[in-house]
Design a binder for this molecule. Structure first.
Ligand code: NAD
Length: 248
């Protein structure tokens, strides 16, 4: 029970096969009161209910400041504290460099980067007052390798931005005992990959992964549990690679 009675908010966690929901499930199994924030209210509520009693599902676009503030207001009204925030919401667009238009850039950076900033700003006053808190940001191996299979260059930029933002937040919030860390997943089997990889593509990808398998959502959830809980009590500003050895 690594998160017993802790209040943990996870964004983009309503999709059953996604990294966010796997994290929500593992957090709930570890005693957390989980708040799922996603775009669709019914999906968020149903995902939260599937975790058992005492959890909360809310609708908010993480890139919309008013919606974020309203959601955090509801969390505070129900629980009165926030111990963990997992900034997981993100979108990909498989575009080549010269095909990126302003609307593509805005959409991808808005969710990953602005969303991470706005959600963090919304919980930081509470975490500071508590003198404790852990913020976990989901970046990507695309930020480190400068590209991936499903995200375009603007996605790499957004996820690299998350790494920089998280380190800056970690530096500023360290004195308040609020830790901020990142996870850089490799290629994980979720809706992003489901049915979209041919055998040839899979073989090509596996050739670059020493562990010779794609990741499972629970691989990321376990890393989030480590960073969200006191298991990582003296770690802040770190980037935890969960990629089967892709960068060796
Ligand atoms: P997913 O598409 O299954 O889940 C993303 C969730 O975010 C969805 O439920 C979606 O509704 C929600 N969302 C999208 N925009 C939102 C917004 N503006 N506000 C609130 N919620 C929003 O994706 P996933 O594969 O589970 O990815 C989760 C995170 O991990 C993303 O940030 C993604 O970039 C990152 N990531 C995934 C992989 C992978 O291989 N799957 C690899 C590296 C990084």
């Amino acid at each position: 029970m690594l998160l017993k009675d802790k209040v943990a908010i996870i964004t983009g966690a309503a999709s059953a096969r996604g990294l966010g929901f796997a994290t929500a499930k593992l957090f709930a199994e570890n005693g957390a009161k989980v708040v799922i924030i996603d775009l669709n209210e019914a999906a968020s509520i149903s995902a939260a209910r599937s975790l058992g009693e005492g959890h909360l599902g809310l609708a908010a676009n993480v890139a919309d400041e008013a919606q974020v503030q309203a959601a955090i207001g509801q969390v505070m009204a129900k629980y009165g504290r926030v111990d963990v925030l997992v900034n997981n919401a993100g979108i990909t667009q498989p575009l080549k460099l010269m095909d990126i238009r302003r609307e593509n850039y805005d959409a991808v950076l808005d969710v990953s980067l602005r969303g991470t900033l706005l959600m963090s700003q919304a919980v930081i006053p509470t975490m500071r007052a508590q003198k404790s808190g852990s913020i976990v940001c989901i970046s990507s191996v695309s930020a480190q390798r400068g590209g991936g299979i499903f995200g375009g260059p603007h996605y790499s930029a957004a996820k690299a931005g998350v790494l920089g933002l998280a380190r800056a937040m970690a530096r500023e919030l360290g004195p308040d005992n609020v830790r901020v860390n990142c996870i850089t997943p490799g290629l994980i089997q979720t809706d992003i990959t489901a049915g979209k990889l041919t055998d040839e593509m899979t073989a090509g990808i596996l050739a670059g992964i020493p562990m010779n398998r794609l990741g499972d959502a629970v691989d990321i959830a376990r890393a989030a549990l480590f960073l969200g809980s006191d298991l990582s009590s003296y770690s802040t500003g770190i980037t935890l690679d969960v990629n089967g050895g892709m960068l060796i």
